[in-house]
Design a protein around this ligand. Structure first.
Ligand code: SF4
Length: 468
């Protein structure tokens, strides 16, 4: 039993200790043995990750996350600075410093939801107890609530890339910085996507690098940055290999891989571990493509989730979907469209970093000059390239940004592609909002009554045309 005062980071790190000791290939008995040690609330998600069809890749993913968390945990003892970043900040910049390491608020919250008894709800409640509004975004508030209300691990600085993208995210990081007296550095996005706006963003990125150099006490040299950017370029290649594999029908990429993909993007992008993780995902997807492997008798619907998914029960969302024939082609957090970085000079690499930061999810869409316009374009590009049959919006309760333009998104997608959209209600990180059984029911009804009928209609009209 943990005392109420133990923070999310420390509890997650203890559970991940177990993952470090797991063999790379686990038998069913070993999986059952591991599950006995885990809290009841985490069993559905960990069991879903360890299904035989992609178990080895999930073990690799758990070990990657364990290494990332433990590197941060021991960093202060080695005289290094731990810098907390939001998910929309490319962590490769921090990896390029020898004396700093990144840790991402939203990944920590997600790990808390996946791995802890109580799914991190106590830390959300701590934030509410301090008087923070209940329309805060649970993605970051669960971890930051832990930092505010318990004796949690403390980073040495915060980098916020949310100003201009999401006020909710920007303000909670700012509040934590002030409350705990931790310095904060900004990368703000102005709502101007012209050349002028891009130039301004790159000025901001250069200012941020200078501030980080001073804070970490280390010069970011061309060699160090190149090493990381070359690895980031390899991650980009692998990202697109996986994207291409997802286009096949039935989809050979397991549903949970869309989550693993951005898990790597937000933590270990630009590292050798990140590359090896993505390679393992691509290799397995290639094997499954060759075998025509799909966990259901038939792929009934290919769904693109236009913003976040739900993270409190992997078994009853990601795996339930693919076992029902519903493919999850990724969600809005996979929409960061990475580009190869020109590594010929320091200048070109900084430009490449600024471009990557501008393209991170949320910054690119929610922080776009026209939020509805950019979000629509990105969803349509993904839906068309991945051959989606429909789009699903998770209805994350605190996300006023996305709710505010959702009706535009829905009607534009329908007008331009004919794809129907399901709008759900619930909180992506808090199970108390909408039970997973309700979410399943709504997805089932939507596929059977809307997606399947549309497909039948298309088939009938093709037949009619060919007879005439
Ligand atoms: S989900 Fe919405 S509220 Fe939360 S960080 Fe993203 S844009 Fe902000």
């Amino acid at each position: 039993m943990y005392s109420e005062q133990v923070g999310l980071f420390d509890r997650v790190a203890s559970i991940l200790d177990l993952c470090k000791r797991m063999p790379d290939t686990m038998s069913d008995e070993e999986v059952e043995g591991l599950l006995k040690f885990l809290p009841t609330d985490s069993q559905n998600s960990i069991r879903a990750m360890l299904v035989p069809r992609f178990r080895d890749v999930s073990v690799k993913f758990l070990k990657l996350v364990a290494k990332w968390v433990h590197t941060a945990r021991k960093a202060p003892l080695e005289g290094k600075k731990v810098i907390i970043v939001p998910f929309n900040f490319p962590p490769e910049l921090i990896h390029a410093f020898d004396n700093a390491c990144p840790i991402t608020s939203e990944i920590l919250s997600t790990l808390g939801v996946v791995a802890l008894e109580g799914q991190g709800e106590r830390y959300w409640d701590m934030a509410m107890g301090l008087g923070l509004p209940d329309h805060s975004c649970s993605s970051s508030t669960i971890e930051l609530g832990s930092m505010l209300g318990s004796s949690d691990f403390r980073p040495q600085a915060i980098v916020s890339a949310a100003p201009g993208g999401c006020d909710v995210n920007a303000k909670i990081h700012e509040f934590v910085s002030n409350y705990l007296d931790i310095p904060q550095f900004f990368l703000a996005k102005i709502p101007d996507d012209s050349q002028r706006g891009h130039a301004q963003y790159s000025v901001e990125a250069r200012k941020l690098i200078k501030s980080l150099e001073q804070f970490v006490g280390e010069e970011l040299t061309e060699d160090k940055l190149r090493k990381v950017m070359e690895r980031a370029n390899r991650c980009t290649e692998l990202h697109y290999e996986l994207w291409d594999l997802q286009r096949a029908r039935p989809c050979p990429v397991p549903n949970l891989f869309s989550l693993y993909l951005y898990g790597v993007r937000f933590s270990m992008w630009g590292t050798q571990d990140g590359i090896e993780m993505l390679e393992a995902m691509v290799d397995l997807a290639k094997q499954r493509l060759k075998q025509g492997a799909y966990p259901a008798p038939q792929e009934k619907a290919r769904t693109l989730w236009c913003y976040t998914s739900y993270y409190f029960d992997f078994a009853n969302l990601f795996n339930w979907m693919e076992e029902s024939g519903y493919t999850h082609l990724g969600d809005g957090l996979d929409l960061y469209f990475p580009q190869p970085v020109d590594t010929s000079s320091m200048d070109s690499m900084i430009e490449g970093f600024a471009e990557a930061a501008r393209n991170m999810p949320m910054t690119r869409q929610v922080g776009g000059q026209s939020m509805s316009g950019q979000w629509t374009e990105d969803c349509i590009t993904a839906a068309q390239q991945l051959d989606a049959d429909c789009v699903i919006y998770c209805g994350h309760h605190s996300c006023k940004q996305t709710w505010s333009v959702l009706s535009i998104l829905r009607s534009e997608i329908e007008r331009r592609t004919g794809l129907p959209m399901l709008v759900l209600q619930g909180d992506s990180w808090i199970r108390r909002m909408t039970p997973i059984s309700v979410i399943q029911h709504e997805i089932d009804e939507f596929v059977q009554n809307v997606v399947a009928r549309k497909e039948q209609g298309k088939r009938r009209s093709r037949k009619h045309k060919s007879i005439n």
